[in-house]
Design a protein around this ligand. Structure first.
Ligand code: ATR
Length: 267
């Protein structure tokens, strides 16, 4: 039996087990996907232990995405962003990838949205925003990063080609000319709130909200009301998992079975 899994702390509400196990079932694979919640100080022995046990692949989430860097050989994308969310144990040392970035790119591709030469606005400058910003830079988009704490947006933009930065107060001046708006903050997750005033949205926008609980955030409802195209956060979650599955198994992922398994568990 092949064993895959997720390490993070906490991992209790992860949707990765049902998503990956739906893929194993669809393809008739004898495999399991297990979550592990090690103590932060145990991370080094976790990776060597996983290798010794013959675990085939691990996803990595908060707080370990930087901690594992020293124990893996990073692919160029993971190296540049300085964070690993997928480890492949078929090499020694294991190889670290960042499929959050691939997830963003494949999300836009799935929806037939071209990123090259488009103007985007990213709200947020934390971990999720970082993956989105690297994806947009790789795809050749021009983008403005705005964040409540402006200095964090500035540091992120300074790392990337095609990026500028500012505070949230710039939204009224930058949104009218934007093609794509991405919410990479946690606003909309706990409460029914949007990081953007509804009157700033317009029909020429594609709005992607990285929040997936709930699926239909206030931002996405407001965007639909003005006729904008909308993309919910489950797509990014799906496609980072699809990319990890394909790295580990060398098989084409059964995307619709994985998508169905995710959406069955989200509202
Ligand atoms: P994640 O890994 O999900 O990106 P994070 O790294 O904690 O989480 O980042 C959260 C992001 O949401 C940050 O950009 C944060 O803004 P600050 O950098 O100013 O903290 C943003 N955020 C969280 N709550 C917010 C709020 N109420 N209004 C605006 N932005 C908020």
């Amino acid at each position: 039996m092949d064993v895959y899994g997720l390490i993070g702390n906490p991992v209790g509400h992860s949707l990765s087990p049902p998503m990956h196990e739906a893929a194993y079932e669809e393809l008739g694979m004898n495999a399991r996907y297990v979550t592990f919640e090690p103590e932060p100080e145990a991370i080094e022995s976790v990776i060597t232990g996983a290798q010794a046990l013959g675990i085939q692949g691990l996803n990595v989430t908060i707080p370990f995405k930087q901690d594992v860097l020293e124990q893996v050989t990073c692919d160029p994308t993971a190296e540049r962003i300085g964070a690993v969310n997928t480890i492949d144990f078929s090499t020694d040392p294991p190889t670290g990838y960042n499929t959050d970035i691939t997830g963003v790119i494949r999300t836009f591709k799935h929806h037939d949205i071209t990123l090259e030469d488009r103007t985007a606005v990213i709200i947020g400058a934390g971990g999720a925003a970082r993956a989105v910003a690297f994806a947009l830079a790789d795809a050749g988009a021009e983008f403005h990063i705005v964040n409540r704490t402006e200095s964090k947006a500035e540091s992120l933009a300074a790392e990337l080609e095609g990026a500028t930065a500012g505070g949230l107060s710039e939204l009224p001046s930058v949104l009218p000319d934007a093609d794509i708006l991405i919410n990479a903050t946690s606003v909309g997750m706990e409460e029914d709130q949007s990081p953007v005033s509804a009157e700033l949205l317009h029909a020429d926008l594609t709005v992607f909200d990285a929040v997936y609980r709930p699926l239909q955030t206030k931002l996405l409802r407001d965007a639909q009301a003005v006729g904008a195209k909308t993309i919910d956060g489950a797509w990014m979650l799906l496609y980072q998992g699809v990319a990890a599955f394909e790295i580990w198994t060398d098989k084409e992922a059964p995307v619709s079975a994985m998508n169905q398994a995710l959406r069955n568990r989200l509202e």
